[in-house]
Design a protein around this ligand. Structure first.
Ligand code: CU
Length: 375
């Protein structure tokens, strides 16, 4: 047996308290990915179930551990003790410890089952005119599509940033084009898997305006931890204005450098993976069409964060700063693998895989000038 001296015992004590403290800090509601700061009915319902199970579990833990500690101390072997009485079984005790857990489980099942039904049934499903979005997981970014307000046979495609109207249920159809991802907005709810060829659905509602963090919650490869998106909960008017802006075609570039960039965008093969038209006909379905390997770029210069990671604005501000997005586009195009290790663009685009096709700095500048026009 290792016998700790006084000093190492003290160090061990401080370490244990430090770990407990660090674990408790993990529960702070002020963290942007904290589930303890529920901001909508689905998150509220999930938090309620968590709290019920946590506190019931805490009572059981204290009771069971207390009984063990009591027994260990009370019935410990003392000097001169002989063998204890040998017994086998205890009917009353065994029945009690079967029935009591059954009652506890039945008790916690009530809010759990209520919660499951609450989360499974949108208060305003699409059949009754509820707003619906397609959310599609890609290694390592999120694609979204709303019905086009100008034409119900079309969808407006956008990426990495989901807008939703305040206080309205949003019905979400979850898909994946490659591996299993999981859709999660900690403060609004979720963690429902996006399974290839097997659509799932869920609903969410934001009851507070502002910006929320989304995160893939199912390990999906090298850059899983970098698979993030932002959610903007805003008034109906702002939402409508935003959606109409997303549905508009991007303006034609007029600046010489931007025109060169547009030409280069085609020549360098960017077009093979990126669409620059945000409108998609529903007849095209959800398959991996040309121009859908990467995010739709038709309004990339209005994105709050590039690739869901690099902020294009000052902290906490919801308007894009042109100088910042310009810099981020340059950083991304210069070395995408450095920003998001393993991403498909860095791994597969010819300009990064073929040393002879590498982009010159002047070419990057032209591409950035063009991308900046895609507002
Ligand atoms: Cu993922």
């Amino acid at each position: 047996m290792v016998i700790l001296n006084h000093r190492s015992r003290r160090i061990a004590g401080v370490a244990v308290i430090g770990v407990i403290f660090a674990l408790m800090l993990g529960c702070t509601p002020s963290h942007f990915q904290s589930t303890f700061d529920a901001r909508g009915p689905v998150a509220d319902s999930q938090l309620f179930v968590f709290n019920v199970i946590f506190w019931v579990g805490a009572v059981v833990f204290v009771a069971v551990e207390g009984a063990i500690i009591y027994a260990v101390i009370k019935f410990r072997r003392r000097p001169g003790d002989g063998d204890p009485v040998q017994i086998h079984g205890h009917n009353r005790l065994e029945i009690a410890w079967t029935i009591v857990p059954a009652i506890i489980l039945a008790f916690t099942a009530v809010p759990t089952i209520q919660g499951i039904f609450f989360m499974a049934n949108s208060p305003v499903p699409p059949e009754r005119g509820g707003l619906e979005v397609d959310a599609i997981g890609h290694q390592w970014w999120f694609e979204f599509r709303y019905s086009n307000p100008n034409d119900p046979n079309q969808q407006v495609v956008f990426a990495n940033e989901l807008h939703m109207p305040l206080g309205e249920p949003l019905n979400i159809r979850l898909r994946s084009v490659d591996v299993i991802h999981s859709f999660w907005i900690p403060k609004l709810g979720g963690k429902v898997d996006m399974v290839p060829n097997n659509d799932n659905s869920m609903w969410l509602q934001g009851d507070f305006e502002g910006e929320f963090y989304g995160q893939c919650a199912e390990f999906c490869g090298v850059s899983h931890a970098n698979m993030r998106f932002k959610v903007i909960v805003e008034s109906r008017e702002n939402f409508n204005a935003w959606l109409l802006a997303q549905a508009m075609p991007a303006p034609e570039p007029v600046d010489v450098l931007a025109i060169q960039g547009k030409e280069l965008f085609r020549k360098a093969g960017c077009q093979g993976c990126h669409a620059t038209n945000s409108i998609m006909n529903l007849a095209d379905g959800g398959r991996r069409l040309p121009g859908r390997v990467g995010p739709n770029l038709s309004h990339v210069a209005s994105r709050l964060d590039l690739v869901g990671l690099l902020p294009n604005r000052e902290e906490g501000v919801l308007t894009v700063n042109d100088a910042m997005i310009q810099q981020n586009l340059k950083t991304w195009l210069t070395d995408p693998d450095d920003v998001k290790p393993g991403n498909i663009m860095g791994r597969q685009a010819k300009v990064y895989t073929d040393p002879d096709s590498r982009l010159e700095e002047s070419e990057v500048d032209a591409l950035v000038a063009y991308l900046m026009t895609l507002k």
